[in-house]
Unconditional design. Sequence first.
Length: 259
Amino acid sequence: MFKVAIVADIHGNAYALKAVMADIKLQDPDLVVFAGDLASKGPHPAECVDLVIHSGHPCIVGNTDLDILNKNGAEEAWIRERLGPDKLNFLQSLPQQRRITPPDGEGHLDDLLIVHSTPRSCYDLLILKPSNESPGAGLLKPTPAEKAFRMLANARANLIVYGHVHFIGQGVFNGQRVESVGAVGFPFDGDHRAAYGMAIWNRDRSMWSLEHHRVAYDHKQTIAEFKRSTHPYPSRSIRMLENARWYPGDPKKAKSGPE
């Protein structure tokens, strides 16, 4: 058995991240991969990036990580001020995907491919059918199969796993299995507990499977720190933390989906 923990969408929530990393240590995986969106939307951007860097585990970039680097909004400026040059350089250095070949893998069709959203772009919004483990997570309608396949950009692996949508889902497109993991910092399925995935290679079946783990933490403590912070736009994030749901920040952008 070969196990890979997949930690996505931390979003500046250090309390959730610490709880997840403590649980992962108990699970004793062979590898941990951070799947992007480390700092934006939460009260602890610098602490979360520090924890990721000091862990030594590989990390890929998320859409909000790129926003921190490239956008000039008030939130991005607030985060950049707290991160400083070294942490910003770390975000700049991150690749867009991580491909993992199991110990006895015979080619790329045995691989686990981890991306933030899709192999085409970390800004894509691929909505899968929510699993039974994410009741009430139907934020948007599932992406039509033809459109979903285009988002995969002809990438092939035994299993493609991504974050970005903040809930657990599964789909198969032209034979390619795809699954989403829940979010560490801002779950959108009505469950306040932090979520992460554990991909497990079954040598007997030559197949990756994905387990989903939930970890309780004091989300009210994160909310309290948010209220004390100087974050320029705390109200939307506080509402999402209180309800474990996604809410659009601007009614004109209501169809843009999770961040």
